[in-house]
Design a binder for this molecule. Structure first.
Ligand SMILES: [Zn+2]
Length: 87
């Protein structure tokens, strides 16, 4: 299975979890949790909010390890969605 990295939340996702474009085609840059029908599901999302969410995923929900969370957080500024906002 091909693993893609979401350019918004930084988490890996598979083909089944691809975001969707307005014309219902698949978007391989973003996961469905971030990008649905051609737009971001959460317009108020910021890089800081994502950092908090990732740490919560690790510490509260045990979905990922804290090391994984920190790895993703380090990569966030380089992702497509956030890259532009810091320039
Ligand atoms: Zn995502």
């Amino acid at each position: 299975m091909e693993i893609l990295i979401c350019q918004s939340c930084g988490l890996p996702f598979g083909k089944k979890s691809m975001g969707t474009n307005r014309d219902k085609t698949k978007n391989d840059e973003y996961c469905i949790g971030c990008f649905d029908k051609g737009e971001f599901t959460d317009h108020s999302l910021t890089m800081h909010k994502l950092e908090v969410k990732l740490v919560e995923m690790a510490e509260v929900h045990n979905e990922i390890t804290l090391e994984e969370a920190q790895e993703v957080i380090k990569e966030l500024p380089y992702l497509k969605r956030w890259h532009m906002s810091i320039m």
